[in-house]
Design a protein around this ligand. Structure first.
Ligand SMILES: Cc1ncc(COP(=O)(O)O)c(C=O)c1O
Length: 388
């Protein structure tokens, strides 16, 4: 979260004064509905549904798009563990594929992971960087796979003129504390497909069957769960969304200043990006020839600058080798609900299964783009980095 203030406070105050925090008991036509309309318009999709987290958004998007239990879903080796956990939560099996130097799914690796059981691919736009959606769409088309975009870290980013989340069959956003716009917790599913939206709506609110707004759903009711949000979330997000384009503009300008200040050094190169203009600007990753050089750069610059340089390999939760529930194949709270036990075939994971990703993540250093500094201050701070 980069900005929050008076507007959000006033919106929340209105909800509290109105005395109705539940979105479906008089909250209809309220903040959540308005936010969803505005989000759908901003992202360029027909439907948006607010849910309680990015994980919930992924689960509802998978259910909505028609992924079935025991299907295989390809996920990248570098993402927050929530991506594969969402796949397991709806009974399917995550298959881990390499990322390339862009830090997103390698289309070649995806192609190699496709089997007769594959139903979907989840491109994850990590640290605000668009995946190679053209190549992934071609693969999905060839093998008749669904594309569910995990844009949890990339709200508002774009690829070839389209906002991330609107390119695949469905998209998922997170509004947790650390995301571009935030209500502390929250998320959203976006899609053009009415049936996908209706299924996500039913799954996100098991009580939907009793509600007036669900009178006309295009699909039979089934047992859902609860990923609802309150009007408090809707009010905050309605105001946060108005700030989105301004936040992205500032982040991109700051990222450009940082990159320009480092353009002449020859110690590293900037990590390739699938769409520079669509990059959200939250981070400026660079790549070294050797792992040792990346390590030493981080050590030399570990304090005294605002960029928090670190190697993705050291972030723990974002690298598949640390996803213990997957590696140990504990896919659910109980063995009887565990997708790994339900499928008859052998699912193989090992710590060295994506060696190329480990090599790239160990040679990459991400520089966090500062938000509250001026361009001048960023330039000065960048010049003080030890790039020997
Ligand atoms: C790439 C990615 N996917 C999914 C999630 C899950 O989002 P949430 O924490 O809102 O459930 C996150 C959150 O950090 C994320 O970074």
């Amino acid at each position: 979260m980069y900005e929050i203030g008076k507007r959000e406070i006033e919106a929340v105050a209105k909800v509290i004064r109105g005395g109705m925090m539940f979105r479906y008991r008089g909250g209809e036509g309220g903040w959540c509905d308005h936010f969803e309309e505005a989000l759908a318009e901003k992202i360029g999709v027909k439907h948006a549904l607010t849910v309680s987290s990015g994980t919930g958004a992924l689960i509802c998007a998978l259910v909505g798009a028609g992924v079935e239990p025991e299907d295989e879903v390809i996920v990248p080796a570098y993402t927050f563990m929530a991506t594969p956990l969402a796949v397991l939560a709806m009974g399917a099996i995550p298959i881990i594929a390499d990322v390339d130097e862009t830090l997103s799914l390698s289309p070649q690796a995806v192609e190699k992971c496709v089997s007769k059981h594959t139903r979907a691919v989840i491109p994850v736009h990590m640290i605000g960087r668009p995946c190679n959606m053209d190549a992934l769409k071609r693969i999905a088309g060839r093998h008749k796979l669904l594309l569910i975009e995990d844009a949890c870290q990339a709200v508002g980013g774009s690829y070839r003129g389209r906002r991330l989340g609107s390119i695949g069959d469905a998209g998922a956003f997170s509004f947790n504390q650390f995301k571009i716009i935030s209500a502390g917790e929250g998320g959203a599913v976006v899609t053009d497909d009415l049936t996908a939206y209706d299924k996500a709506l039913i799954y996100h609110d098991g009580g939907c069957v009793f509600r007036k707004h669900a009178d006309k759903v295009s699909t039979p009711f089934f047992a859902g769960s609860n990923f609802r949000v309150s009007e408090i979330t809707g009010a905050i997000m309605f105001e946060q969304l108005k700030r989105l384009d301004g936040i992205l503009k500032r982040l991109r300008a700051h990222r450009a200043a940082l990159r320009n200040a480092l353009a002449k050094q020859s110690t590293f190169r900037f990590s390739p990006c699938n769409e520079e203009d669509g990059d959200c600007g939250v981070s400026a990753p660079v790549i070294f020839e050797k792992e040792q050089e990346a390590k030493q750069f981080v050590e030399r610059n570990s304090s005294g600058n605002p960029f928090g340089p670190h190697r993705p390999i050291d972030t723990g939760r974002h690298v598949y080798v640390n996803w213990t529930p997957l590696l140990e194949k504990h896919g659910a709270f109980h063995p009887k609900a565990d997708p790994y036990r339900r499928v008859r075939r052998k699912i193989r994971y090992s710590k060295d299964m994506c060696r190329s990703s480990l090599d790239i993540l160990a040679r990459t250093v991400t520089l966090t783009v500062p938000y509250d500094m001026t361009v001048k201050e960023i330039r000065r701070a960048a010049k003080s980095l030890d790039c020997r």
